[in-house]
Design a binder for this molecule. Structure first.
Ligand SMILES: Cc1cc2nc3c(=O)[nH]c(=O)nc-3n(C[C@H](O)[C@H](O)[C@H](O)COP(=O)(O)OP(=O)(O)OC[C@H]3O[C@@H](n4cnc5c(N)ncnc54)[C@H](O)[C@@H]3O)c2cc1C
Ligand SMILES: NC(=O)c1ccc[n+]([C@@H]2O[C@H](COP(=O)([O-])OP(=O)(O)OC[C@H]3O[C@@H](n4cnc5c(N)ncnc54)[C@H](OP(=O)(O)O)[C@@H]3O)[C@@H](O)[C@H]2O)c1
Length: 523
């Protein structure tokens, strides 16, 4: 293989299908040729090199190009779009979809038309294989769209090496730009215990690349935040005993205590074992380099769990080393590149965006920070700091939230009013609401599993302070609801809206039930 061989697509117009075949072959290691897509008709200096073509680099580039600027993306993978469609969000959403389907089957197994599921363990590997084959489609679309529709210039399948604040080397050539925008992403934090390198220890990255066997009937997940809960919920839904080793508390990220409790209760009811204040201290070798078991230190002492599969989800570490070593950009305690509100690093003309600048490591921030850095690099003075955004995770449910949880709201305001469904019920939780699309079977046959929703209102100003939802289908609403809440949405305005009955967020109709009162009270 020739290190510097090049596939020049500049004057070609590969279809999405052709891109798919090409990406597949390059990912399979058929060649390590760099893909060049550089405009021959444009000899202007680049306004920016985006080092990394994930969400942040691609969206920043698209914005710069749309503004009339000239950009260049350099990415080491043979496709644009980065980790989200390759090993992060998209597999998580496939697995979470499967978890929801499987839990429906398991909850109703043996009744209605559902086959019995007792003792049935379904394949994890089949779903991972399905993802690995299917991810090529989105990759191909992004290469196609970026070239044919967004008119972006890019070099793929080759790492870029920073030379200085204006220069990057790739495939043996150097490229210069007025600005350098670092979009290098992050990588999973490793579990630093004996046995961490055994076959059978996975993160979200190597799971989808290398899983080549069916995990045992018991699996261990390490961590207690979004990734751990999302993957753990999927493994549990396949029928495996799933133990989550959580060093502190699980789901700390969910801001409302009642919602967190509901989510946890349902996870445990559906079989997940959450071992809090528990640390993995060692992973055992079966003598052939594979995982045989895990030793977990729990509050009750050390426990051995027999398994051939450990999933590690300890958060992400920004890939800041090259920028720190070569450019000397300032780095924070979590390895993140420090930027100001214009996304500028400590080095002039060098910006950093996306996961590289630390939390929140979410797609909206990656895309928006890329866009804002592009605007600043093009001469604007524009500020971006991610705060007051809606958030979510999956268990077997979608869990969405925005604004304050009840505890924080009560600490900040003296007249908090809560509107929720199901209502507080002296006879327990077994009530048939909230009912909505995708939860109707639960609502009628297993009412306590139909979800939970809660609106938090300042009774004095009548403004909505927080909204929280467990169920299906409300996530979409939250990205719009968040804008309204930031604009000062009141219970009266909510009560004026026209709801589509039956919808998953009951906030409009519940608000209407109370909005006529001057002195708001809980519902
Ligand atoms: C398991 C998991 C699930 C997630 N699910 C969600 C979700 O549901 N919703 C959500 O909003 N967010 C989710 N996220 C977060 C989301 O994936 C990230 O915030 C987002 O992908 C970050 O984009 P980025 O551009 O900063 O980084 P990336 O997309 O990681 O891009 C970095 C790019 O840099 C390239 N690169 C690195 N080094 C070099 C080099 N030397 N030369 C050239 N190229 C280089 C890489 O190839 C890569 O393409 C999830 C994360 C994880 C881990
Ligand atoms: N939107 C989504 O659905 C989604 C999905 C997945 C990931 N993401 C994003 O991707 C990023 C990574 O997510 P994540 O869930 O992996 O990470 P995270 O939110 O940073 O949580 C890390 C978890 O690992 C634990 N932990 C950290 N170091 C540990 C150690 N040495 N030993 C034991 N436990 C340790 C933490 O415990 P403590 O709480 O005790 O610190 C926490 O439970 C986040 O920014 C997240 O927002 C988003």
């Amino acid at each position: 293989m020739n290190e510097l061989s090049v596939i020049d697509v500049t004057d070609q117009r590969p279809t999405i299908e052709e891109w798919g075949h090409r990406i597949e072959r390059l990912l399979d290691g058929e060649s390590n040729a760099a893909i060049f897509n550089l405009r021959a008709d444009d000899d202007r200096e680049f306004d920016a090199i985006f080092l990394g073509g994930g969400a942040s680099g691609r969206f920043g580039s698209a914005y710069m190009r749309a503004m009339g600027g000239r950009q260049l993306i350099i990415d080491q993978w043979p496709f644009l779009g980065g980790s989200c469609p390759h090993n992060a969000c998209v597999p998580h959403h496939l697995f979470s979809d499967c978890a929801a389907e499987l839990m429906l089957q398991r909850t109703f197994g043996g009744s209605l038309w559902f086959p019995p599921m007792d003792g049935v363990i379904t394949s994890i590997k089949e779903v991972v294989d399905l993802f690995r084959r299917g991810r090529i489609g989105p990759h191909a679309i992004m290469n196609y769209q970026s070239k044919e529709q967004l008119d972006l210039e890019y070099i793929l399948n080759v790492p870029g090496r920073i030379i200085d604040a204006h220069t990057v080397e790739a495939a043996g050539r150097t490229f210069r730009a007025r600005n350098l925008i670092l979009c290098l992403g992050a990588r999973p934090q490793i579990l630093d215990v004996p046995g961490k390198d055994l076959k059978g220890v996975y993160t979200n990255v190597n799971l989808v690349e290398t899983l080549d066997y069916e995990p045992s009937a018991t699996v261990v997940v390490v961590g207690g935040s979004k990734t751990a809960v999302e993957y753990g919920s999927f493994f549990s839904a396949t029928g495996r005993r799933t133990i989550m080793a959580v060093r502190s508390e699980c789901l700390k990220i969910v801001p409302d205590g009642e919602i967190r409790g509901y989510v946890r209760d349902r996870m445990e009811e559906q079989g997940l074992e959450i071992w809090e204040r528990s640390q993995v201290v060692r992973i055992e070798d079966d003598g052939e380099g594979r995982v045989a078991g895990v030793i977990i230190r729990t509050p009750k002492g050390e426990e051995r769990v027999e398994t051939n599969f450990v999933f590690v989800a300890l958060g992400e570490i920004p890939n800041s080393e090259m920028a720190a070593d070569v450019l000397g950009v300032e780095i924070g305690p979590k390895n993140e590149v420090i930027v100001d509100s214009q996304l500028r690093t400590s080095v002039p003309n060098v910006y950093a965006v996306g996961d590289l600048i630390g939390g929140p490591m979410e797609m909206f921030k990656a895309r928006k920070s890329g866009m804002y850095a592009a605007r600043n690099a093009m001469g604007a003075t524009i500020h971006y700091e991610p705060k007051d955004f809606p958030d979510f995770l999956h268990t077997h449910y979608e869990v969405s939230w925005l604004g304050l949880g009840e505890e924080e709201a009560r600490a900040k305001y003296s007249n908090i009013v809560i509107i929720k469904m199901p209502p507080n019920n002296p006879n327990g939780l077994d009530v048939a609401l909230p009912a909505s699309d995708r939860t109707m079977l639960y609502a009628f046959a297993k009412p306590h599993m139909s979800g939970y929703q809660k609106l938090i209102i300042d009774g004095d100003t009548r403004r909505v302070l927080g909204a929280h939802h467990v169920g299906y289908g409300a996530k979409d609403a939250f990205q719009y609801l968040n804008v309204l809440v930031k604009q000062g949405l009141t219970i009266d305005q909510l009560g004026e809206m026209d709801e589509l009955f039956l919808n998953p967020t009951h906030f409009i109709q519940l608000s209407r039930l109370r909005a006529g009162r001057q002195d708001l009270v809980d519902l």
